[in-house]
Ligand binder design. Structure first.
Ligand SMILES: *Cc1c(COP(=O)(O)O)cnc(C)c1O
Length: 517
C-alpha cells in the first residue's frame, strides 16, 4: 500500500482523454481512485453525452428490432478482443443496444409499469454507483444508512404506519412481497410453536397448515412467494372479487371461516392497492378489520398504488393503508425512479427480526447489542445498492408534491383516454380506469369473440414490430385484451389518440387481410 499526500501534483498529459491504449495497457489505471478521477469524470460524461444525444433524436419508443437481429449483433462481438478505449466501446454499444432499446420516456410507450425517470434520480444513480456504498453494514455505508433510514421513516409516516414502524429498501416489489410473506410465515409459525400441542413438530408439518388469502387479481409474485416459502401454490386461496374487481370482504370472511373450520391457519391476507392490470384498490379498511379479527397478518401490495402517498388529489384512494402490518412500495414505478428502487415497510419493527441472521464476519450479535446500525439485520439481501439516494435527491429537488403531481397527471390522462374509448364503437373498454391503466380491445361491429381473440394479440405484436408505439396485452376472463399503462406526464391525450388510431388502422388492415379468420 502506498500513502499519498492529500493533494497531489498530477501529470496532466498522461490523464488527457484519448491516450486510451496506454491506459488500457496499464491495467491498474482502470480502477477508479484518487489518481484518475478526471478520467472517471471525462468518460462517464462521454457515456452520459451519448445517452443524451440518443434520447434527443429518438422519435419513437422502439425500432422493431427482432431477437434474431440483436442476437446476431451481440454474438458477433469477440469478447477476447479488447477495444482500444471507452470511446470505442461506447460506439460499439450504440449499435448493440442504444439504437434499438425500448425507450420508456417516449410518449408512445404505453405498455408496462415502467416510468420515465426524473433527472435528479439519474444524478443519484451516477453518484451511488461510483461511491459504491453497500447498505449491509454501517462500516460499508455510513451516511448512506442514515439517508436510507430517513426515507424509510418518511415513507412509513406518509403511509400512516405508526410510531413503531420500520422497513428497508429492496430490489423491487417481488422481493418486497417475498419478504412480507416470509415475515408473515415466521410470525404464524412462532405463534403455532407457542401451543404445546405443536411442540416437537418440524417446520414442514407446521407450514402444511398455513394459508394465504388474496384476490385473483393480485400480483403473481404472491403465489410465487408462497411456493418459494415452502407452502406450495395450492396454499393460496383465491378470494373472489366484486363487480369492480376488488376483493369482496364478504367472500374473504367466508374463506377465513372455512379455513378455521378445517383446522388450518390463515397466515396472511394480501390486499392490492393498485392491481397491475386494472389499478383497482381492494377495500383496505374492511380487509384490515377481517384480518385483525382472525389474528392474521395484513399485507398491502402497493407496488403500483404506493405513489398515491404523494398525490395531491388522489391520496384518499388508499385510505386505510396505515392499518397494514406490512406494505410493499415500488419507487421505480410511481415515483419515477430508475430501476431498482423499492421498499418493504412494517408496522412493528420487531417483525423485521424474522429475517435477522448474525454472521460473525459481518454483523455479529454484539454489534446489534452495541446498536451499530447494520441494515443487513433487516434485509434478505446482503450486498445491497444505495438506491435510496435517488429518491433522496428527487425529494430534495422536486419535493414530494412535485412527484405526486406527475402521477396525478397520468391518472387524469387515463380518465380522458377512458372517456374516448368508451365512446368509440371500434373498441371495448373492459372497465373504467382506476389509476393509470386501461384494459380494452379492438372489436368493431360484427367481430366475433374468437376473431377478437385472434386479432388483438396480432395488433399488439404488429404495432410493436413497427416500433411506432408499445402497448401491452393481457387476458380478461380468458379473452385477449390490449392494455395501456400511462405513467408519462408529458404524454397528451393527442399522443394517446394517435396510438389508438394506429391500433385501429392495424386492426382494420389485419381484418381485411383475413388474418382473424
Ligand atoms: C410491479 C408489481 C409487482 C412487482 O414489482 P417488481 O418491482 O416488478 O418486482 C408487485 N405487485 C404489483 C401490484 C405490481 O404492479
Amino acid at each position: 500500500m502506498k500513502l499519498l499526500p492529500a493533494t497531489q501534483e498530477r501529470p496532466t498529459a498522461e490523464l488527457e482523454f484519448g491516450s486510451g491504449v496506454e491506459r488500457a495497457l496499464a491495467a491498474g489505471n482502470h480502477l477508479f481512485n484518487s489518481g484518475n478521477s478526471d478520467r472517471y469524470a471525462t468518460e462517464v460524461l462521454q457515456g452520459v453525452n451519448l445517452v443524451a444525444a440518443t434520447v434527443a433524436r429518438t422519435t419513437r419508443p422502439f425500432t422493431g428490432a427482432t431477437p434474431a437481429e440483436l442476437a446476431e449483433l451481440v454474438a458477433a462481438v469477440d469478447l477476447e478482443q479488447t477495444l482500444e478505449d471507452t470511446t470505442a466501446a461506447l460506439a460499439e454499444l450504440e449499435t448493440l443496444y442504444l439504437r434499438d432499446a425500448v425507450y420508456f420516456h417516449d410518449t408512445k410507450y404505453a405498455a408496462h409499469l415502467n416510468c420515465p425517470v426524473v433527472i435528479p434520480a439519474l444524478v443519484g444513480e451516477a453518484v451511488l454507483s461510483a461511491v459504491n456504498s453497500s447498505m449491509d453494514t454501517w462500516d460499508q455505508s455510513a451516511g448512506a444508512t442514515m439517508i436510507e433510514r430517513r426515507l424509510i421513516d418518511w415513507t412509513a409516516d406518509r403511509l400512516g404506519l405508526g410510531p413503531d414502524s420500520d422497513g428497508v429498501f429492496t430490489s423491487g416489489g417481488t422481493q418486497s412481497n417475498l419478504q412480507a410473506l416470509l415475515m408473515a410465515r415466521n410470525h404464524a409459525v412462532a405463534r403455532l410453536r407457542r401451543d404445546p400441542a405443536n411442540a416437537g413438530l418440524r417446520l414442514p408439518a407446521l407450514l402444511e397448515r398455513l394459508r394465504v388469502f388474496t384476490s385473483g387479481a393480485s400480483h403473481f409474485s404472491i403465489r410465487k412467494s408462497a411456493s418459494m416459502l415452502g407452502l406450495g401454490y395450492d396454499a393460496v386461496v383465491d378470494v373472489g372479487c366484486d363487480e369492480n374487481r376488488r376483493m369482496d370482504p364478504a367472500l374473504l370472511a367466508v374463506e377465513l371461516a372455512r379455513c378455521n373450520a378445517a383446522g388450518l391457519v390463515p397466515m396472511v391476507v394480501v390486499a392490492t392497492a393498485g392491481t397491475t392490470d386494472f389499478g383497482t384498490i381492494d377495500p383496505l379498511r374492511d380487509v384490515a378489520a377481517l384480518s385483525r379479527a382472525h389474528g392474521t397478518w395484513f399485507h398491502v401490495d402497493a407496488a403500483y398504488g404506493g405513489g398515491l402517498i404523494v398525490s395531491g388529489r388522489h391520496r384518499h384512494l388508499i385510505d386505510g393503508i396505515g392499518l397494514a402490518d406490512s406494505v410493499t412500495i415500488d419507487y421505480h414505478k410511481t415515483f419515477f425512479q430508475p430501476v431498482s428502487s423499492s421498499a418493504i415497510l412494517v408496522r412493528e419493527r420487531a417483525n423485521l427480526g424474522h429475517v435477522t441472521y448474525y454472521a460473525d464476519y459481518l454483523n455479529p450479535e454484539s454489534a446489534a447489542q452495541a446498536k451499530v446500525p447494520n441494515q443487513v439485520d433487516k434485509s434478505i439481501q446482503t450486498t445491497r445498492r444505495f438506491d435510496a439516494l435517488k429518491l433522496w435527491l428527487t425529494l430534495r429537488t422536486m419535493g414530494a408534491d412535485g412527484v405526486g403531481a406527475l402521477f396525478d397527471e397520468a391518472i387524469d390522462l387515463a380518465a380522458g383516454v377512458g372517456r374516448d374509448l368508451a365512446a368509440d364503437p371500434d373498441f371495448e373498454l373492459a372497465a373504467g380506469p382506476e389509476l393509470s391503466t386501461l384494459v380494452f380491445r379492438y372489436r368493431p361491429a360484427g367481430t366475433s369473440e374468437s376473431d377478437a381473440d385472434r386479432l388483438n394479440p396480432l395488433i399488439r405484436s404488429t404495432v410493436f414490430a413497427s416500433g411506432e408505439a408499445v402497448v401491452a396485452g393481457t387476458k380478461v376472463d380468458g379473452r385477449h385484451y390490449l392494455k395501456f399503462t400511462l405513467l408519462n406526464a408529458e404524454t397528451t391525450l393527442g399522443d394517446v389518440r394517435q396510438i389508438v388510431e394506429l391500433l385501429r388502422c392495424t386492426g382494420a388492415a389485419l381484418n381485411t387481410r383475413g388474418v382473424a379468420a
